[in-house]
Design a protein around this ligand. Structure first.
Ligand code: FAD
Length: 376
């Protein structure tokens, strides 16, 4: 079987934002690409679909937020954003708190009303006497930054579920800083631009592919014909797992996975918030999304909720989050060295560069790769 029958300039592995931006930009420069995608959907983890008129995010809640004006203007050529501002509620054993940590949280936690009172309370809580020297693990780090109450109620259980390990066994670097705000402001992000596309994220990718210079093959795994692809295409953009590309020859990189469970309710409003985080350790899921609240759209009388359960990763599961601890970072460096030898393959995106990227960062890095490729 011939794969490059149309003399494509690029084979792009993965129809996520990195691969799609690259294909779109290459097309603008007159270059032809074939995108192959393992899944039946486009947009990678940004994929969305509609049910009962509600935009559902297939792979967890995606809120676009950035300070990068160039990336914001770039993405806005494909979609309009709805001005959604992320405001997250935390549930700890039935007690409700606003996130991120701000004056509302401090009032709910301690009844303090002024920034000065809140600061004094945090200082008192951090000074618990049993943390000496540099924090040795995540627990010590979190307590030294924000104090015991907030750590125990809002950080410990959530983080342990997310990473599948006890906080005392997690490295302190996972929490370098904790955003603390001494204003009554529940906006989850500090970024200047924020929102969710009015027609869902998948519409962005449909727009990108509206050109004869991009062909798309869904449900096609690169590894089914890796050698043929490498032989036939002079340039490949690879956004899959870097360790898999090299047949795990130095060992497996570690990832965290998640699974989603959705349910439709005959109601207009089930939880009153787009996202509620469950921060205790007994509840097995980390958060529940109610999609309707992301863009206030949807058929009357229906609402859809999705629970997000973190889980261990193995080769049968989707790799969502790279585990960037020292062991994995060192291992990644070995693969990266190997990747440099493959001059005709660009490794990019979240899995290709083993980096947790937000959407704006991945788009920014794809645009950078395009400039490098076209020597601009
Ligand atoms: P992906 O989107 O993962 O795309 C890679 C594609 O390659 C996938 O479609 C995959 O199926 C395909 N592929 C892999 N291997 C092969 C193969 N062998 N053959 C063919 N195809 C293959 N970012 C934000 O900015 N805001 C958020 O709120 C946010 N929330 C998130 C929530 C969750 C649960 C997760 C997991 C991520 C979130 N992100 C968020 C991050 C965002 O999803 C990523 O930045 C973005 O999707 C990365 O793009 P990518 O192109 O690198 O990878």
């Amino acid at each position: 079987m011939k794969f490059n029958n149309k003399n494509y300039d690029y084979l792009i592995v993965g129809a996520g934002p990195y691969g799609s931006v690259f294909a779109y930009e290459a097309a603008k420069r007159g270059k032809r690409s074939l995108i192959i995608e393992r899944r039946a959907t486009i947009g990678g983890n940004m994929a969305t679909h509609k049910e009962h008129g509600i935009n559902i995010h297939d792979f967890g809640a995606h809120i676009f937020h950035t300070d990068n004006k160039e990336v914001w203007e770039y993405i806005n050529q494909f979609t309009e954003f709805n001005g959604y501002i992320n405001q997250v509620v935390a549930d700890y054993k039935g007690e409700r708190y606003n996130l991120p940590f701000n004056m509302n949280t401090f009032y709910q936690m301690w009844g303090v009303k002024t920034p000065e009172e809140a600061q004094a309370k945090i200082d008192e809580q951090r000074d618990i006497g049993n943390v000496s020297g540099a924090p040795k693990n995540l627990e010590e780090q979190a307590i030294s930054l924000i104090g015991k109450d907030i750590y125990l109620k809002l950080i410990k259980g959530y983080t342990e579920k997310q990473w599948g390990r006890n906080a005392v066994d997690l490295p302190s670097f996972i929490i370098r800083r904790l955003p603390v705000r001494f204003t009554y402001d529940n906006n989850y992000f500090n970024h200047r631009y924020q929102g969710v596309p009015v027609d869902g994220y998948t519409s962005i990718f449909e727009k990108m592919y509206e050109t004869d210079l991009i062909d798309l093959q869904l449900e096609t795994d690169f590894f089914e014909h890796k050698d043929e692809y490498l032989n036939e295409f002079s340039k490949i953009i690879y956004t899959g797992m870097i360790d898999q590309f090299f047949d795990y020859k130095f060992g497996e990189l570690e990832y965290r996975s998640v699974r989603f469970e959705s349910e439709t309710f005959k109601s207009n409003n089930q939880q009153g918030s787009a996202v509620i985080n469950y921060t205790d350790s007994e509840t097995p899921f980390t958060r529940i999304m109610e999609w309707k609240h992301f863009d206030k759209k949807g058929d009357d009388g229906y609402t859809i909720l999705t629970k997000e359960y973190p889980q261990d990763w193995d080769r049968t599961r989707e790799a969502y989050y790279p585990v960037n601890d020292k062991k994995n970072t060192d291992l990644f460096k070995k693969y990266k060295k190997e990747a440099i030898k493959f001059g005709n393959v660009i490794f990019g995106g979240r899995l290709g560069s083993y980096q947790y990227y937000d959407m704006d960062q991945v788009i920014g890095s794809a645009l950078k790769a395009v400039k490098k490729e076209f020597r601009e």
